[in-house]
Every structure is written in structure tokens, then in C-alpha cells.
Design a protein around this ligand. Structure first.
Ligand code: UD1
Length: 430
């Protein structure tokens, strides 16, 4: 069992290069199932979630090869096999292979997905889209089966909520459906646009990605393509909070500033200096941050995946902040852990009231999910004394070389192997 031991107090400074986006890479890998051609992806980060996705594709006959800076996927020999629960339970995004499988083979049988325990995360919107495209669905013994023996047909689909995963699954399914599909109230995240760009390179006809209405004209077949995934805006946002909480001066390379508009606006409201270049952002701070209110929303609103890290930052700000989580219920599991470090936070329904304190104290804490874990690392960087984060398997799902990157900026973080009883009491399904 590994832990991260953080000696707090160092002011971060220097330059850090942001990795390719996990959440753009996962659907891009799934999209390789749509074609017999080879899909070459550059910039895919070496993360546990990515390896899980590759294993999942390999389990249905895809060949995945890692070369220098490139992941090559060849689904020429893939076939519609049932996927194993042990793989799918590790990661909710596993369900992203259902759309491509159904579109190419007319069949998908998947266990209900797992993932971070951050509230009820149903897949009804994915299933509604498949059903509208003519798939017959059945559920038994924890498995969902979808069949479309004669292929999928076009549909006019309205999403009750702009779900990222459901939009991605529907786009991939519609790419090979007969006719023209319209997705209304579609998610507008940059990862959706990135997937549309990849699908277009593969020969798909997609218009409107990045807006609430996406139109996809189905084609008979798709071909191979080469694509570089977008930078990880959530990793970037996490390093921005780390720079701010340590009153540091950090330049982030390989970023798309327009993907971070809400985050930059909030940091500036906090009193943090953010300077923006074409693909670089400099974050510096010399004074204590001011309290601000934050409400998570679908893109272009403030991302739920940065709520926990901003809570860590605001726990040291001057005044009272209100953080409202509207995307996921139960995404406040980091509150108890931050409180153990001296933060003053009260939960009131979907809001957390954060009363800024003068200092946080290092403590043993547990990463309950991916972004909660990142928040504890951010808090530990500014805390007095040592913070030991256990359950860091969650952090490794989403952050490439986190301690190397932070240490290169002057942090003092050591990854340690400890006996199991000193580590996590319960490693929740990730
Ligand atoms: C993706 C991201 C995740 C991020 C989330 C919201 C990936 C791999 N993961 O997750 O990091 O936190 O977007 O930005 O890209 N919902 C339903 N029914 C459904 C699907 C979703 O009710 O069929 C609800 C969810 O329970 C949740 C909300 O919609 O409350 C948002 O979920 P969704 O946008 O689907 O998130 P993911 O695609 O799972």
C-alpha cells in the first residue's frame, strides 16, 4: 500500500507541463472500436484509468500498443464479447465502449459500471439514447444487454441533463447509424469537441460539437486516424490551486486557456494573479486569498472536478465562502478529511459553508475519490507539518507523476510503501 507524505510550507515556483486529458483520452480509446483501421492517439497520459480502458478493449479483441508518445489501437479483430465485471467496476467510463460496440456489431453486453463513489451515477441517459436509435435493451443480474441486429437508426434525442458520458456514447453510436441523428441539450465540454474532432478524422460527419445541439450524419464505415488529445484542464486547474494555496509563482505549459475560463475568473476573484498566453498560464499570489462563492455547473460553468481542490484553497481564504455542488450529489467526502486538518466547513444540503482559517495542520487523511485526493494534496502543500494521504490509488487514476511534478516546483512529497494496516482501511471501488 502506498501513501503520499507531504511536508507542507514550501512556496511552489517554476514551470510544469500539463499532460493530455484523461477524460478526452477515455472516449478516444473507446472510439477505436468503431473501425477496423488503426487509431493512433498522441498525448494519452499513463494513468490507471487509461490502462483499465486499454485492458477493457483488449478483452474484446483490440490490440493496444504503446509507442514513444503514442498509443496505437487496432480493433480489426475485435468482436462483440461480454466484458468482465472486474474490469468495468473499476471505472464508470468503461460504459463508453457500449455505444461503439452496439454501433459496429449490433450487440453490447456490459456490467453496470462502477467508478468514484461520488453519488448516484445512473446510466439512464445513455440507455435512452441507444433505445431511441432502435436498440433493444434488457437488464439482468447486474448486466445491461443492448441489441440492434439490423444496425442502429437515426433519432432525435433530447437529454434531460447534458451528461458528458451519454453525449459521447450517443455521438459514437450515431456515427455509424443510418441517417441523421440530432442530440439536443448535449454536453458542451471541450472533451466532446475533442471526440468530435477525432470522429471527423475517422470519416464521421459531426456538426455542432461544443454547442447544445449536435448533428451526426451516419456513415457506413469509419477508418483509422491519428489524433492528439487536448490538455487536461482539470490537472491544470489542480496545479493552479496548488500555486495559489502556497502563494507561489507557477507557469503551466500545454494548456488551452479558454477551457479554463471559469477557473481563471474564480482565481482572479480570489485575488490570485493569473496571466494568460496562447498555451501557457502563469499563476502567482503573494497575499491571502479572499472568500468567494462557487457553484459547479456543466461546462462552460465551474467544473465539479475542481470543486474539492478549490475547497482546500478557500479553507485558508479570508472570510466565508459558499460552495454549491449541483452536478453530483454526495461529492463532499473530502470535507471530513479537510476538517481533520483544521478546516472549518459545514455541509448544508448541496452547499458547503467554508469559513477560512489562518492555518491548516498536517494530518493523516484518506483520499475518498480522485478529486478529493487531489484536494488533500493541495491542502497538505500549505499545511503546517506533515500530511500523509492514504488510498492514493484514487489519485493515480487521474494524475500523472503527481509527486514528481509538484516536487519539481519545490514541493516536498515522498511516495512511501507502508504495511496495509497503516494504509487504507477500505479502498473503495474506483
Ligand atoms: C464526466 C467526467 C467526470 C466529470 C463529469 C461531470 C469522464 C470520464 N468523466 O463523467 O470526471 O465529473 O463528467 O463533468 O469524462 N447522469 C444521469 N444519468 C445518466 C448519466 C449521468 O442522471 O445516464 C447524471 C449523473 O448522475 C451526474 C450528472 O448526470 O449527476 C453528470 O454526469 P455525467 O456528465 O454523465 O458525468 P460522466 O460522464 O460520468
Amino acid at each position: 500500500m502506498e501513501t503520499l507524505l507531504i511536508k507542507g510550507g514550501a512556496r511552489l515556483s517554476g514551470q510544469v507541463v500539463i499532460s493530455g486529458a484523461k477524460n478526452a483520452s477515455l472516449p478516444a480509446i473507446a472510439a477505436a472500436l468503431l473501425t477496423e483501421g488503426t487509431v493512433n492517439l498522441s498525448g494519452v497520459p499513463g494513468l490507471h484509468d487509461i490502462f483499465t480502458m486499454c485492458e477493457l478493449l483488449e478483452s474484446v479483441g483490440v490490440t493496444a500498443k504503446w509507442g514513444p508518445g503514442c498509443l496505437s489501437l487496432d480493433a480489426g479483430e475485435a468482436s462483440p464479447r461480454e466484458t468482465s465485471y472486474s474490469l468495468v467496476r473499476r471505472m464508470r467510463a468503461s460504459f463508453l465502449i457500449a455505444g461503439p460496440m452496439l454501433a459496429r456489431f449490433g450487440f453490447a453486453r456490459m456490467p453496470m459500471p462502477g467508478g468514484c463513489a461520488i453519488g448516484s451515477r445512473p446510466i439512464d441517459l445513455h440507455l435512452k439514447a441507444f433505445s431511441a436509435m432502435g436498440a433493444e435493451l434488457s437488464a439482468e443480474s447486474g448486466y445491461i444487454q443492448a441489441r440492434a441486429p439490423k444496425g442502429l437508426r437515426s433519432a432525435h434525442i433530447y437529454f434531460d441533463y447534458p451528461s458528458v458520458g451519454a453525449t459521447e456514447n450517443a455521438m459514437m453510436a450515431a456515427a455509424l447509424a443510418k441517417g441523421s441523428t440530432i442530440l439536443e441539450n448535449a454536453a458542451r465540454e471541450p472533451e466532446i469537441v475533442d471526440l468530435a474532432n477525432l470522429l471527423t478524422k475517422m470519416g464521421a460527419k459531426v456538426v455542432g460539437a461544443g454547442t447544445g445541439v449536435i448533428r451526426i450524419q451516419g456513415v457506413d464505415e469509419l477508418g483509422g486516424a491519428s489524433h492528439t488529445v487536448i490538455p487536461d484542464r482539470i490537472e491544470a486547474g489542480t496545479y493552479m490551486t496548488a500555486a495559489a494555496i502556497t502563494k507561489g509563482d507557477v507557469i503551466l505549459g500545454n494548456v488551452v486557456p479558454e477551457h479554463l475560463t471559469a477557473v481563471i475568473a474564480k482565481l482572479r476573484e480570489l485575488g490570485v494573479c493569473v496571466e494568460v498566453e496562447e498555451s501557457e498560464i502563469r499563476v502567482s499570489s503573494e497575499t491571502r486569498s479572499r472568500a468567494v462563492d462557487i457553484k459547479t455547473m456543466p461546462y462552460p460553468g465551474f467544473p465539479t472536478d475542481l470543486q474539492a481542490q478549490f475547497m482546500a484553497l478557500l479553507s485558508l481564504a479570508e472570510g466565508m465562502s459558499i460552495i454549491t455542488e449541483t452536478v453530483f450529489e454526495n461529492r463532499f467526502m473530502h470535507v471530513d478529511e479537510l476538517t481533520r486538518m483544521g478546516a472549518k466547513i459545514k455541509i448544508d444540503g448541496r452547499s458547503a459553508l467554508v469559513e477560512g482559517v489562518d492555518k491548516l495542520s498536517g494530518a493523516p487523511v484518506s483520499a475518498t475519490d480522485l478529486r478529493a485526493g487531489a484536494a488533500l494534496v493541495v491542502a497538505g502543500l500549505a499545511a503546517c507539518g506533515e500530511t500523509e494521504v492514504v488510498n492514493i490509488g484514487h489519485i493515480d487514476r487521474g494524475y500523472e507523476h503527481i509527486e514528481e511534478k509538484l516536487n519539481s516546483l519545490g514541493a516536498n512529497i515522498v511516495r512511501r510503501s507502508v504495511p496495509k494496516e497503516r494504509g487504507a482501511s477500505a479502498q473503495t471501488a474506483s
